[in-house]
Write a protein that binds this ligand. Structure first.
Ligand code: GLV
Length: 321
């Protein structure tokens, strides 16, 4: 008998076909997030689950799924999963690292450029019929080239963001749990800095840290006050790393120039305060969303799941065996 799995959200047909070779697949191709009680019911007899960051996999859910051996997230972040609770039950947890690094770095740069050059504000102005002609001081923005970029969290995605900055001849500061070796720093022309220095000097502060209790509200009112009034904050990492209410206040007061945000507290119910602000560029958690990358992420999760349930070693296990 094939092991039984649940795929909680819509995935590409080739991914379902791959899974179906080895596993008995129950899948939610309607692509509406399963209500917690429906998820619990459909996991009751499953050996594995391929899930998304919209699925909360907690201890209560695990208790109702006694056969579960693998939880394979289609995301690099896995703060939607109670990993210690999985480990306590011997359940493998996997993520999808690497395949999304470059695509996510592109989106961060999209937000940086769009925010600096007020692109969404400019487009709204044009669409609203407000454009009556060219004038010298029209929609003045900020330069990205030769500015100082401060990256908080210099993992693979942070490094991909820094690599792009070379072409813009930016100065790159970074802050990380630990300083990177010279072989990584040197080609990126990146200099390690304390958080205070980075916040005080950067023209663009880019957050690229995972969400955890340690990074909850890493950027709040005090940190925003440390930034330059001309600075821009970019967050395409996780909601909750920024205190959204404090950011809305800071954007409204002009404590900082602008923000570019792909992630929010309480997604998808973002704080309505953002919608009233012109100096924020917003996108709906699409950092990794290109066809090629989302397919690669889903295939990575599928390979992890097949390995976990057929006696192999899942390549991207995040908890110890
Ligand atoms: C997306 O947010 C991811 O963690 O992959």
């Amino acid at each position: 008998m094939k092991p039984k799995i649940l795929v909680t959200r819509e995935v590409f047909a080739e991914v379902l076909a791959f899974l179906g070779e080895e596993l008995e697949v129950d899948s939610n191709q309607a692509d509406i997030a399963l209500a917690p009680e429906v998820l619990r019911e459909r996991l009751r007899d499953k050996d594995g689950v391929m899930c998304a960051l919209t699925d909360r996999i907690d201890a209560a859910l695990l208790a109702a799924a006694p056969r579960l051996k693998a939880v394979c997230n289609i995301a690099v972040g896995y703060n939607n999963i109670d990993v210690p609770a999985c480990s306590a039950r011997g359940i493998a947890v996997t993520n999808t690292p690497r395949v999304l690094d470059e695509t996510t770095a592109d989106l961060v740069w999209t937000l940086m450029l769009a925010t600096a050059r007020r692109l969404t504000e400019a487009e709204a102005y044009l669409r609203n019929g407000e454009w009556t002609g060219w004038y010298l001081k029209q929609l003045l923005g900020a330069d990205v080239h030769h500015a100082t970029l401060g990256i908080v969290g210099m993992g693979r995605i942070g490094q991909a963001i820094a690599r792009r900055a070379l072409g813009f001849e930016m100065q790159v500061l970074y802050h990380n749990r630990s300083r990177l070796p010279a072989e990584i720093e040197s080609p990126l022309c990146a200099r390690y800095a304390g958080m205070d220095e980075l916040l005080g000097r950067a023209d663009f502060v880019v957050l690229q840290v995972p969400y955890s209790p340690a990074t909850h509200h890493l950027i709040g009112a005090a940190e925003l006050a440390q930034m330059k009034p001309s600075a821009v904050l970019i967050n395409a990492a996780r909601g909750g790393v920024v205190d959204d209410a404090a950011l809305i206040e800071a954007l409204g007061r002009g404590t900082i120039r602008a923000a570019g945000l792909d992630v929010f507290e309480n997604e998808p119910r973002l704080n309505p305060g953002f919608l009233a602000l012109k100096n924020v560029v917003l996108s709906p958690h699409i950092g990794s969303s290109t066809h090629a990358t989302r397919l690669a992420m889903a295939m990575t999760a599928a390979r992890n799941l097949v390995a976990a349930l057929t006696g192999g070693t899942p390549p991207n296990r995040v908890n110890p065996r």
